[in-house]
Design a protein around this ligand. Structure first.
Ligand code: F6P
Length: 342
């Protein structure tokens, strides 16, 4: 059988580790032919394929990005494209797909499954906001990078007696902000799930000053917004799945704090540094386990499912239970982090 593999949406460290696992077990154990599809669903619409043999998947375990490329192409954005994709898959002789992606890419996989294209999903997003899995690969790498940034900001913030704001990714959920904030000892963590009150943040900075701590570290997720306000957008243009580009909440907050407290404030937007480069050992292992589980599901003909991790066990979840939902930050974890605020 020929198995197609694709990665869609924003990249995440560990995609190549998934591809390597699918190729190694798919060829060595199941004697499949593995076909890479370039740039997510775009490659299927435009017949851009690349054969993935053992050599092609060699040496890619620690490499960031995706050897297949990625895109935010939505094949269901018009009426004709789904049929083109189905026809191309048939013509290329692809019997099953391993679809590496977040909610958008997996939703497409689910829609295609209903049309007879056999898909198995692998959860990928640094945001860690997919339900059906405790962790998505790439997330822990992003947390490690954000934590290092917080450690570095701490020393300069303390030396200059400043407020330092670190803006991290997290469009709908604040997992990166929360985990990195906990690990990096942030004095405030602002997440999309809990609209914030600038007055309360300023009060806690003041409380710290009264305790002799005349610097503060704030980590804010890009999707966080003030109570009664809106997210800050970088650009009004939306992608093919309707997502707007966020960015700038850190600057909004920095200006507000300076205005209200007359305290010098600096803002760092971590941006795509969180997504680039080599995965951590945790993500390499997780991505490898998920890739192996995905090709096993293909072999078991258990389609329209996503692989995931629950506790320490790899599981399979029906895609319909995953898509269109969002895993919000754990309130217990947030409560723990808030013990250290102010
Ligand atoms: O990977 C998810 C994500 O990190 C979101 O948090 C963020 O809004 C988005 O990607 C930005 O991606 P891009 O710059 O590729 O559009």
């Amino acid at each position: 059988m020929k198995v197609g593999v694709l990665s869609g949406g924003g990249d995440a460290p560990g995609i190549n580790a998934v591809i390597r696992a699918v190729v190694r077990k798919g060829i060595q154990k199941y004697h499949y032919d593995i076909l890479g599809i370039k740039d997510g669903w775009r490659g299927l619409l435009e017949n851009e394929f690349v054969s993935l043999d053992l050599k092609a998947a060699s040496g890619i375990l620690p490499r960031g990005g995706s050897i297949l490329g990625t895109s935010r192409t939505n094949p269901f954005k018009d009426k004709k494209s789904p049929q083109i994709a189905l026809k191309n898959a048939k013509k290329a002789g692809i019997g099953a797909f391993v679809v590496i992606g977040g909610d958008d890419t997996l939703s497409v996989g689910h829609q295609f499954s209903k049309l007879g294209l056999k898909c198995v999903g692998v959860p990928k997003t640094i945001d860690n906001d997919l339900v059906g899995t405790d962790y998505t690969f790439g997330f822990m790498t992003a947390v490690a990078i954000a934590t290092e940034a917080l450690d570095r900001l701490h020393t300069t913030a303390e030396t200059h007696h400043r407020v330092m704001i670190l803006e991290v990714m997290g469009r709908y959920t604040g997992w990166i902000a929360l985990m990195a904030g906990l690990a990096g000892g942030a004095d405030a963590i602002l997440v999309p799930e809990r609209p914030f009150d600038v007055k309360a943040i300023c009060a806690s900075i003041k409380r710290r000053q009264e305790r002799g701590r005349n610097f503060s570290i704030i980590v804010v997720a890009e999707g966080a917004r003030p109570k009664g306000g809106k997210e800050v957008v970088y650009s009004e243009t939306v992608d093919e799945f309707g997502h707007i580009r966020l960015g700038g909440i850190g600057y909004y907050l920095g200006k507000e704090i300076e205005r209200r407290l007359k305290m010098e404030t600096r803002v760092v937007v971590l941006g795509h540094l969180q997504r680039g480069g080599s995965p951590t050992p945790f993500d390499r292992v997780l991505a490898t386990r998920l890739g192996i589980a995905a090709i096993d599901l293909v072999h078991e003909k258990k389609f329209d499912h996503m692989v995931g991790i629950r506790g320490s066990k790899i599981i399979a979840v029906p895609l319909e239970k995953v898509i269109g939902k969002r895993k919000s930050v754990d309130p217990e974890l947030y409560d723990i982090a808030s013990v250290f605020f102010g």
